[in-house]
Design a protein around this ligand. Structure first.
Ligand SMILES: NC(=O)c1ccc[n+]([C@@H]2O[C@H](COP(=O)([O-])OP(=O)(O)OC[C@H]3O[C@@H](n4cnc5c(N)ncnc54)[C@H](O)[C@@H]3O)[C@@H](O)[C@H]2O)c1
Length: 367
């Protein structure tokens, strides 16, 4: 088992990574102070079917009342409606200020359940039990929230969990596209902060779904450590933390315009990263390996930009991105592989670059 410590200004907490970490869940909860009065597990239908029973068994030694709320699977469910339903359920079951919420699921559940925990009675404790590869990113750092039809993750709070129990045994049942989606965030962490890790990934990972356990453990530990370092310096994204949004300015716009859940988060981010990389090359005049990285992404079957999306509509959505100020888009760009910065990019350059990018992707798709 690996243990990483997350040190943010508001809270310090552990991330346990490994096959058997859930054995430590009940003792961890027993030790929390003040004592936990009741537990609510929030999960989605797929995860509930696969893992609720096993998780509940791990909690048998705790004599508090255990409740379960299940919502349908998919990113469109990270909604006001489900947020409201969770709050109603929690009130009906009498959860109080010393209750604990457990987010059992991928990033969708982690964000939604974390937001419920962050706002119920002005904030109660929660624990993340991530079940996807992508959730190595979402479960750490304390960003919680839900989508609005006009923009991804537009409503939320910063609320750090008490702990993250990352059981790699959950990952075995992930579908191929979910491995790919999660791996996009792994690639992101390497590109923004760790050139050696990027080269390691290129050389050592040949098939995303068949990563041997010891390599998977190394990947999770390295990627989470990068995220931990960034959030330790800037918990509330007043500066540095924005680099974690590499690929997300366009990625979020794609998710929002295509309809939440129509394209996976990681697939959308992979397109956003290619765009940001291309733009970084044209602004800096440097060779940042766009051609090689584009080929690498194609090898792993990351998609091209959905052909029905238009540059102007995407730009309008990008202007609502949380990094934007007064309608000016700020992009996370690379200065080098492993070194990111945030830069304002004017509308004309963005629109021209987007049109060129969409055209190139269409050609690539028809090859
Ligand atoms: N808070 C943050 O810092 C942060 C960072 C990155 C992404 N996110 C958010 O995370 C979300 C994407 O996360 P995700 O890709 O994990 O999505 P997800 O939670 O929707 O999971 C993807 C799919 O996999 C299924 N699934 C989950 N675990 C499974 C398992 N072990 N076996 C089989 N199927 C399983 C789910 O039911 C779902 O259908 C987005 O909403 C994104 O905005 C948040």
């Amino acid at each position: 088992m690996e243990t990483l410590q997350i040190n943010t200004e508001s809270k310090k907490y552990p991330v346990f990574i490994g096959n058997t970490v859930l054995d430590g869940l009940a003792p961890f909860i027993q030790d929390l102070s003040p004592k936990v009065t009741s537990i609510l597990i929030i999960s989605d239908e797929t995860v509930n079917r696969l893992y609720f029973q096993g998780t509940a068994e791990k909690l048998e030694s705790i004599s508090r009342s255990l409740h379960s709320f299940v919502i349908p699977s998919g990113d469109r469910e990270k909604s006001f409606d489900n947020y409201y339903k969770c709050l109603t359920f929690a009130l009906e079951r009498g959860l109080d200020r010393h209750s604990l919420i457990i987010a059992l699921g991928g990033g969708m559940i982690g964000d939604l359940a974390g937001f419920v925990a962050g706002t119920y009675m002005r904030g109660i404790r929660f624990i993340q039990l991530p079940t996807t590869l992508l959730a190595h990113d979402s479960a750490v750092g304390g960003k919680t929230g839900i989508n609005h039809p006009l923009g991804k993750n537009m409503v939320g709070v910063f609320h750090q969990p008490e702990a993250v129990f990352y059981s790699t045994s959950f990952l075995k049942s992930l579908a191929e596209e979910e491995w790919r989606s999660g791996f996009a965030e792994v690639i992101k962490h390497s590109l923004i902060a760790d050139e050696a890790f990027y080269h390691w990934l290129v050389n050592e990972v040949t098939e995303i779904q068949k990563i041997p356990d010891e390599k998977l453990a190394y990947i999770l530990k390295t990627a989470i450590a990068i995220k931990a370092q960034v959030v330790a310096q800037d918990e509330r994204e007043s500066g540095l933390r924005a680099i974690l949004n590499f690929g997300h300015t366009l990625g979020h716009a794609i998710e929002s315009k295509a309809g939440y859940g129509a394209i996976s988060h990681g697939d959308a981010v992979s397109i956003g990263m290619r765009f940001a990389l291309k733009l970084s090359e044209s602004i800096s005049g440097k060779n940042l390996h766009y051609i090689a990285i584009n080929k690498w992404f194609r090898k792993f079957c990351y998609p091209v930009i959905p052909p029905q999306l238009e540059a102007e509509a995407l730009l309008e959505t990008m202007k609502r991105d949380k990094k934007s100020t007064m309608g000016h888009v700020k992009m996370v760009l690379l200065q080098e592989i492993g070194q990111a910065c945030v830069q304002e990019v004017n509308d004309t350059l963005l629109l021209d670059s987007l049109e060129e990018f969409i055209m190139a992707d269409k050609e690539q798709n028809s090859e």
